[in-house]
Design a binder for this molecule. Structure first.
Ligand code: SF4
Length: 391
């Protein structure tokens, strides 16, 4: 789905084999729970998810495994310092009221799921109604992220989404009965989309009073129906210039409405930034539970990402960690703060030269002691982020 979909995880519990994977490990600050099921697969989607019948016994089995994984993680002491929880997918709302209740109840017994813990659940418009909204709120969810993508029915159909624009409006109205912390995903570069229709979707998001909007350019991923259509010539490939125009338009329209762009793809009313994603971008260790996903553990000297099956996916030493922190920092409006700048100067002889080159190319600038990205830098993201990975 959307916002945090790149941090997927697995039913096998990393807590069992990775309770402490390194000496002096920092506690996990963020938890990702992956629900890898959807009612129907969208034509562009390459996420770890499967279309499944709602009556399938797999949903029962998956929920049971997840409950065990959460309990084990709680018993092992891995959930004691969590500041954010993100239940993503797939389509978590597709699990339905019964299984979500069981899962959230277990979570509330296994960690301090207090009001100041940000607890997000991803929902699709076709599986979110007033009753589910009420239950989610009562069980500790305090942020909803709704996968709208567009308020234009032709565009939704082109994407293979199963919901209509009206269902999205209804789901948002239901969500607003309880939630003020409410996010929408919108997509640009959709087949049949024009700048005018994209503007209309942005304006509708504002009119509906959501507190957060994420804007993603469509990408044609390997192995998807969209890729096959592009190969056969049935569908035009994405147009980077059109997508860049859309990203600029999103900034113009959303900022004019009082939202602040705090990350390359994320806009929020002040105080409604997604703390879970900020944790990913600021080097906070995270634990992933659910199918096919990733956890990150670190101490002062090393950072390891591992799958739930125990496979080490990458292993960074202290200077590689710092380079990654610099790169991730440049995704955010606040950029790289004085502490990281000072550490980078000590570690990388070329740091100031690289920054100088980026400033010259107008991809970044100094704001006092902070080094921050420009809009142009975000449009040329690979060059900007790559500069730090190459240090
Ligand atoms: S709703 Fe569509 S885009 Fe989201 S995970 Fe399911 S298939 Fe993928």
């Amino acid at each position: 789905m959307g916002e945090a979909a790149d941090m997927r995880s697995s039913t096998q519990n990393p807590a069992e084999s990775f309770g402490q994977i390194m000496p002096g490990q920092d506690p996990y600050g963020a938890l990702y729970i992956h629900v890898p099921f959807c009612k129907q697969r969208c034509l562009y989607c390459d996420f770890t998810t499967q279309a499944i019948d709602h009556e399938s016994p797999e949903l029962r089995a998956y929920t049971d495994n997840m409950i065990l994984a959460i309990r084990r993680a709680g018993r092992t002491g891995l959930l004691g310092s969590l500041r954010t929880v993100y239940i993503g997918g797939g389509t978590p709302s597709f699990l339905g009221q019964k299984y979500l209740t069981e899962l959230l109840y277990t979570l509330s017994l296994s960690m301090h799921l207090t009001e100041d813990v940000e607890c997000t659940l991803e929902a699709n418009p076709d599986s979110l109604d007033e009753r589910l909204v009420r239950d989610l709120w009562a069980l500790g969810v305090n942020r909803l992220s709704i996968g709208v993508q567009s308020f234009n029915d032709d565009e939704l159909q082109a994407l293979g989404r199963i919901h209509s624009a009206q269902q999205a409006r209804d789901a948002i109205a239901a969500a607003k009965e309880r939630f003020t912390n409410l996010s929408l995903d919108l997509m640009c570069g959709i087949p049949k989309q024009t700048l005018e229709s994209f503007r209309a979707s942005l304006e509708e998001a504002i009119a509906l009073g959501v507190s957060h909007v994420s804007v993603y350019p469509l990408t044609i991923e390997d192995g998807t129906p969209f890729e096959a259509k592009v190969q056969s010539g049935e569908l035009a490939d994405t147009d980077p210039d059109f997508q860049a125009d859309c990203m600029e338009l999103a900034a113009e329209v959303l900022e004019a409405a009082g939202m602040q762009r705090y990350e390359v793809a994320s806009y929020a009313r002040p105080g409604f930034e997604c703390r879970h994603n900020i944790a990913y971008w600021t080097g906070v260790p995270y634990l992933g539970l659910g199918e096919g996903a990733v956890s990150m553990a670190q101490n002062a000297n090393e950072r390891v990402r591992f799958s739930a099956g125990g496979e080490v996916l990458d292993h960074l030493n202290a200077s590689e960690m710092l380079a990654e922190d610099l790169m991730l920092g440049m995704r955010m409006t606040q950029g790289i703060g004085p502490e990281l700048v000072s550490a980078a100067r000590t570690t990388f002889a070329r740091f100031d030269d690289v920054c100088g080159e980026l400033v010259e190319r107008k991809l970044a600038r100094w704001e006092g002691e902070r080094f921050v990205p420009t809009t142009r830098g975000w449009l040329c993201g690979n060059e900007l982020f790559g500069a730090f990975l190459d240090l």
